[in-house]
Write a protein that binds this ligand. Structure first.
Ligand SMILES: NC(=O)C1=CN([C@@H]2O[C@H](COP(=O)(O)OP(=O)(O)OC[C@H]3O[C@@H](n4cnc5c(N)ncnc54)[C@H](OP(=O)(O)O)[C@@H]3O)[C@@H](O)[C@H]2O)C=CC1
Length: 265
């Protein structure tokens, strides 16, 4: 697909345009809302144009990405005419394809996707459902695509994206703990970033399983084993799984307006 439309040019819309245009440079048609970002992108990339309205985005594109906030979807989409030969990519967290099909009354294929901000660097694996060749080709060069077989699987991956800030909060807690023991916060912060950037790089080694990586970093009866078994014990692990189960249950009811609307993060 060489003509791609984006309705909703905010954080994730901008990340997708950047990722796309730093690669094959398809023609990209942007909705006019979020005017500053849209104008900036059109200024940076000669293949990007800002349209007069959302209908023009649909009319000029073969594939249209819908990236407005969940609560803005009716205003953004109601009344749009979408021919059956277009492909629509729904990246709105918590908005099911049934909801979208009802709103748009179109025969066009609808595909849900979970792009993440690292897509701007073409380094983010994007989960999609249902699998569609044009959508797979769109995301493949942006870090890879992971089409899943059913919506429940899609929701499981969606729930996993809800764990990111816990990871940062964990690191912040370690910094606070060190500061509580008289270490300058800046020093603790710098040290932890360095420590966990190393962990991030190690994750790039896909030849070793996560269990293997943990094992390889742990001396029997050593400090790491001690903290892992005393803190991340069975009760803690169960509490995490329960929180994820609760989130998954909410994600399975995409029609419900709830605390998980809007950004998946
Ligand atoms: N941010 C992320 O990491 C991810 C976000 N998503 C999903 O993407 C969607 C957008 O999120 P995000 O980019 O963070 O949100 P933003 O608020 O950054 O962007 C939303 C954009 O939509 C625009 N908009 C609002 N109403 C309309 C309309 N009627 N027509 C066209 N555009 C409109 C907004 O314009 P204005 O500013 O003028 O209101 C804004 O530019 C959400 O549904 C979210 O769940 C999915 C994966 C990751």
């Amino acid at each position: 697909m060489k003509r791609i439309g984006i309705i909703g040019v905010g954080e994730i819309g901008r990340a997708m345009v950047t990722g796309l245009c730093d690669g094959d440079r398809p023609e990209v048609f942007l909705s006019p809302r979020g005017a500053r970002t849209a104008a900036e992108l059109a200024g940076r990339y000669e293949t990007v144009q800002v349209c007069a309205d959302n209908q023009e985005v649909v009319d000029r594109s073969e594939l249209v990405i819908i990236a407005v906030r969940r609560e803005d979807r009716r205003e953004a989409l109601a009344g749009l005419r979408v021919a059956g030969d277009k492909v629509l990519v729904n990246v709105m967290a918590g908005v099911g394809n049934d909801d979208l099909r009802q709103m748009l009354a179109t025969e066009a294929p609808l595909v849900r996707a979970i792009p993440l901000p690292a897509i701007r660097e073409r380094r983010s694996v994007t989960v999609t459902w249902p699998s569609h060749p044009a959508v797979n080709s769109l995301f493949e060069p942006l870090g890879g695509v992971l089409p899943v077989a059913h919506e429940t699987a899609f929701n499981v991956f969606s729930a996993l994206t809800g764990t990111l800030t816990t990871h940062y909060a964990y690191l912040a807690t370690l910094t606070m703990w060190a500061a509580g023991h008289g270490i300058a916060s800046d020093d603790a912060d710098r040290y932890l970033r360095s420590l966990f950037q190393g962990v991030g790089r190690t994750l790039g080694d896909e030849s070793r399983s996560l269990q293997q990586l943990a094992g390889d970093h742990e001396t029997p009866n050593g400090n790491n084993e001690r903290i892992r078994t005393r803190w991340f014990d069975e009760a803690n692990s169960e509490a995490l799984k329960n929180a994820l189960d609760g989130l998954l249950a909410d994600l399975k009811q995409p029609g419900a307006e709830g605390p998980h609307s809007g950004r998946p993060r």
